[in-house]
Design a protein around this ligand. Structure first.
Ligand code: FAD
Length: 404
């Protein structure tokens, strides 16, 4: 690892850490960088350091399958993700840097009557909040995806949930775009800088202790995805997070054959073709909690069997890469955002398998929270940590692309 940034990013050369910052953001993934960008852009807060233990955007931001959509199940979820999708559409212009936003539409397959009923409800909730989601029948599915096997094994396709706003974007470019624009406004980004502990005085964070020394801060934001509980534990903050590896894989490139993103939660599998022609295949999390990013043969065999049921010609495909990230799963499949029991320590956590699509709106709302000194924006109020003790969970389990 080097402390240099990737050539494409063209950031100012790394500096020494200052003794103190107004805001320290822990984690240089999409969420942390977006928070820094919106703090500097909308609130004029620029005495900010983003501290990243590894390299810029090398965590789950670099490992996800880049699906962007807003067809969630709850009113809170739909409103939040819809705003993120709207912001994503503008990002290339805003950055003057191509994030390769590609609107493909997302198709989720129903294989049972119960799923058809659940999809009807989801379509209606989406429409009610201005989303573009509708039920389609077998014939419409055939026309959208002619290469799809309509009767995979014992699970014939009965209907589909069609979400025309489904899209992908180049995930690295999202992190780099935010980093470039934040740095331009004076934010410092420090790679190879791990936050290892805290100095807490009178219930407030006074400083963060890093592998490069202690840095004082006015407040701190935690945006560290699959490591959330590790730092929360240091502060005695309890949250119902369990961390599971999530794997994905990609085949050799093919001529374009698949425009929409296609997923089936019954088959625990989703498939999409990238602009380069490769087929990205994702599925459910590993069945045991673990802090590790290794790939396994079991997952590869199981997931590919389902992908081949959906698209039989993939049996002849060669697999090029397989990888994993660590995902912080919450009981209701919604994030934990907002204030924490420590007065000036803010949480952007519990992002499980669904947090890439929310990168812009997380950055914007976290920046608002920090700049206002802790006034929670309405859009993220339902995701507060307290919901687990007040029994107000925001259950999005039925809206995941694959069962986890
Ligand atoms: P990250 O990008 O992980 O950034 C956190 C950073 O914090 C990391 O770079 C890490 O090195 C750093 N860090 C950790 N601890 C410390 C410390 N102590 N000090 C300093 N730095 C630290 N979401 C979707 O919306 N759509 C998808 O299609 C999708 N597919 C996925 C597929 C896979 C295989 C995986 C693993 C995840 C997927 N996700 C998806 C989830 C998504 O990737 C994450 O929710 C999202 O990227 C989280 O962004 P982040 O910026 O919070 O985290």
């Amino acid at each position: 690892l080097s402390s240099e940034y990737p050539a494409e990013v063209d950031l100012p050369a790394p500096k020494d850490l200052k003794p103190s910052y107004d805001v320290v953001i822990i984690g240089g993934g999409g969420h942390g960088l977006a928070t820094a960008y919106y703090l500097s852009k909308y609130h004029g807060v620029t005495n900010v350091a983003v501290l990243e233990k590894s390299y810029l955007g090398g965590g789950n931001t670099a490992r996800n399958t880049a699906v962007i959509r807003s067809n969630y199940l709850t009113s809170e979820g739909v409103k939040f993700y819809a705003e993120s999708v709207r912001m994503f559409k503008e990002l290339s212009n805003e950055f003057d840097f191509n994030i390769m936003y590609s609107e493909r539409g997302q198709l989720t397959l129903a294989h049972t009557d119960a799923t058809v009923r659940a999809f009807r409800q989801r379509a209606e909730v989406n429409k009610h909040f201005g989303g573009r989601t509708e039920m389609i029948d077998r014939q419409q599915i055939r026309e959208l995806v002619p290469t799809l096997n309509m009767d995979p094994g014992h699970l014939p396709v009965l209907a589909g949930l069609w979400h025309i706003d489904g899209a992908t974007a180049r995930h690295d470019a999202v992190a780099w775009g935010y980093a470039k624009q934040a740095a331009k406004r004076g934010v410092e980004i420090h790679q190879l800088t791990e936050v290892q502990d805290f100095v807490v005085e009178n219930g407030r964070i006074k400083a963060v202790k890093t592998n490069r020394g202690t840095v004082q801060c006015g407040c701190a934001v935690q945006a560290i995805a699959g490591a959330s509980s590790l730092l929360m534990n240091k502060l005695g903050i309890r949250a119902p997070i369990h961390t599971y590896p999530l794997q994905a894989m990609v085949t050799q490139p093919f001529k374009p054959f698949l425009d929409p993103l296609v997923s089936s939660s019954a088959l625990h599998c989703y498939v999409q073709q990238t602009g380069r022609g490769e087929v990205v295949i994702g599925g459910g999390s590993d069945p045991y909690p673990l802090y590790n990013t290794r790939s396994t043969l079991e997952l590869k065999e199981g997931l590919l069997a389902h992908a081949i049921e959906m698209f039989p010609f993939l049996a002849n495909a060669r697999l090029m890469r397989q990888w994993a990230g660590m995902t912080d799963m919450t009981p209701d499949y919604s994030p934990i955002m907002g204030r924490s029991p420590i007065d000036n320590y803010y949480l952007d956590a519990g992002w499980g398998t669904w947090g890439f699509k929310s990168t812009p709106i997380c950055g914007k709302t976290m920046a608002e929270l920090v700049a206002s000194g802790g006034k929670t924006p309405a859009l993220i109020a339902p995701f507060a940590l307290e919901r687990f003790s007040t029994f107000q969970q925001v259950n999005e389990m039925g809206a995941t692309a694959a069962s986890h």
